[in-house]
Design a protein around this ligand. Structure first.
Ligand code: SF4
Length: 222
């Protein structure tokens, strides 16, 4: 299985309506809902995030193409919105993207750039065949095994492991599938292990500095 992202996107919510914390490989941001549906508008809503993804992908794809061609087109802007329509009982979502070039472009360039914008990778995803697989776990039902040294604890949830091989091919001094105690927290510096844990595509691996453990919850090597 080949995931597109080196690290999965983690998202979480508490009882605070409806703030979601989204963690990506280099930071965090908040998603929310507008007050009209009970949120606080403290971040973009899911529809806005979808449109943002599509627009930014088109802009990046256009910029790459324009730079490769050596064309002098400095600024490009996109406005997007969406609506649903039902015809013959089936629901279609229509997404409109208006691209505005703020530098002169010839008719020929415009035709080519429209073609390029239509074929950006995110457009291909939303217009292609998509399968969303959802797996449900309750944290306390999921067996966890801790591998600890004095400084850190690596947590492994075997039921979530997809055996993607990523951990042991990328950090074989720590992740050793042929050994019974297969995670050795002494096999690399803590920061390197933490980085590798965050690359696990399934969420099967967790990482804690031992100071972050709750009282009575000691890292227990098996
Ligand atoms: S723990 Fe994560 S990275 Fe390692 S094999 Fe399992 S799914 Fe892959």
């Amino acid at each position: 299985m080949r995931y597109k992202l080196e690290q999965p996107v983690h998202a979480g919510i508490t009882t605070k309506k409806y703030q979601c914390t989204i963690e990506w490989r280099n930071g965090k941001f908040i998603a929310d809902e507008p007050p009209s549906v009970g949120g606080e508008d403290s971040g973009p809503d899911p529809y806005t995030l979808l449109l943002s993804s599509l627009s930014s992908c088109k802009l990046i794809t256009l910029r790459m193409y324009i730079d490769r061609k050596g064309w002098e087109i400095d600024q490009i802007a996109i406005s997007s919105n969406l609506y649903h329509e039902t015809k013959d009982g089936s629901l279609t979502t229509v997404i409109d993207c208006d691209i505005l070039f703020l530098s002169p472009v010839s008719a020929e360039q415009k035709t080519k750039l429209l073609e390029i914008a239509k074929k950006c990778p995110i457009s291909k995803i939303v217009q292609g065949e998509v399968k969303v697989r959802v797996f449900v776990f309750r944290d306390e039902e999921t067996k966890t095994i801790n591998y600890a040294n004095e400084e850190i604890t690596v947590v492994w949830k075997p039921e979530l492991c997809q055996h993607s091989t990523r951990c042991w091919t990328q950090l074989p001094t720590v992740f050793k599938p042929s050994e019974r105690k297969w995670i050795d927290p002494n096999g690399a510096p803590a920061d390197r292990i933490k980085e590798q844990v965050h690359r696990c595509p399934s969420g099967a691996l967790g990482f804690l500095y031992n100071g972050e453990l709750n009282p009575g919850e000691t890292g227990q090597a098996t």
